[in-house]
Design a binder for this molecule. Structure first.
Ligand code: ZN
Length: 352
């Protein structure tokens, strides 16, 4: 899994093209794509294009109009970014609080976060304006039946970390919401957080679809049992019919061949069932909102063995909690914090 905040341009291009109906294949470090008509007109490309990830490949390419290089600022990438964003309405707001917690952070830190092999002490607490990004995503899970839903998530725009519970807490945060025009950086943020958003959506959707998945699994098991039973009795019947007296040699070998073909038939039917009950999830970003709010930035001193480092945390007045820092490897928000050899925060699973 990626730990960098920025999705690489080539990854962005691949995701964009796939989402917009192009057939995409990897080709070395680059991609090769078949572009559907409608998209071709918008992107102004040939039907069959190649996009390489490295600028140095450009010299080697034959400079045909179907070869592109995905670098920041490349016209084709700009057109993709523009198209990706016109689909998501982006709004902005500023939160105003009459009161934001101003003390008791040591207690809060102790209650909410656990550091393993490290001792944390607060150095300073500063008033700041913190940026958050709320993203709403529609999803459709398709299997033997269909399930649709909407996921709303908020990310700390500074760390890129998902803030559990913030989307839900916004309505009852006891603050005024002033609508503002989102800044250009907010748009950049949406694009640069796309990896995090995707990972978080994946995790949250897995949770949401647990019951759905279990139901599809049960149906699959039930149909599988019926299928096996059917084939077992079919085999028995066929074997029995072979014991009939007066069966010609050709009829006998014909039946024998049928019996021998049963396992392959069962395997293919099993495969069909598997396809019928497998779950395909489709995602569509629905809206994004840039949220600015007063917050507290807490500078901590962490002593980890003989080493020490500074570590910043944000007190979030909406959740009335510290934003759990994201694991530096898998980006999951963590309240049980371990540290790797580079003194970066990691989750329990990523700690080695
Ligand atoms: Zn992790």
């Amino acid at each position: 899994m990626k730990s960098d905040l920025q999705a690489s341009p080539i990854e962005f291009a691949r995701r964009f093209l796939e989402l917009n109906g192009a057939a995409v294949e990897s080709q070395g470090a680059g991609i090769e794509a078949l572009i559907p008509d409608q998209l071709r007109a918008r992107l102004d490309t040939a039907e069959h294009i190649r996009i390489s990830g490295k600028p140095e490949d450009e010299q080697n390419s034959s400079n045909r109009n179907e070869d592109y290089v995905a670098t920041y600022g490349a016209p084709i990438l700009e057109r993709m970014t523009g198209m990706a964003l016109e689909k998501i309405p982006l709004t902005g707001c500023r939160l105003e609080f009459d009161y934001v917690k101003s003390g008791g952070f040591a207690r809060l830190l102790e209650d909410r976060l656990t550091f393993y092999g490290a001792v944390a002490s607060i150095e300073t607490v500063a008033e700041v304006v913190a940026d958050y990004l709320q993203v709403a995503c529609r999803y459709t899970a398709q299997s033997d039946e269909q399930k649709e839903g909407l996921l709303t998530m908020v990310f700390n725009a500074n760390t890129g970390g998902f803030v559990p519970g913030m989307a839900e807490a916004l309505d009852s945060a006891g603050c005024r919401t002033v609508h503002t025009t989102p800044k250009a950086e907010a748009i950049q943020k949406v694009v640069s957080l796309s990896d995090q958003i995707e990972l978080t959506v994946g995790r949250l959707i897995d949770e949401r679809l647990e019951a759905f998945r279990a139901r599809m699994n049960r149906r699959f098991q039930r149909d599988m049992e019926n299928l096996k039973e059917y084939y077992a009795s079919l085999e028995q019947e066929m074997k029995k019919s072979m014991e009939k007296p007066g069966l010609s040699d050709s009829a006998r070998s014909d039946r024998q061949a049928k019996i021998e073909g049963l396992p392959a038939e069962l395997a293919s039917k099993t495969d069909d069932l598997f396809k019928k009950y497998s779950i395909k999830v489709r995602l569509q970003p629905a809206a994004a909102m840039h949220i600015r709010t007063p917050a507290k930035k807490i500078a901590c001193r962490l002593s980890i063995g003989r080493q020490a480092r500074q570590f910043f945390l944000t007190y979030n007045p909406v959740t009335r909690n510290l934003d759990p820092p994201p694991c530096s490897r898998c980006r999951k928000p963590i309240s049980h914090i371990h540290f790797d050899a580079g003194l970066e925060p990691v989750c329990f699973e990523c700690r080695r």
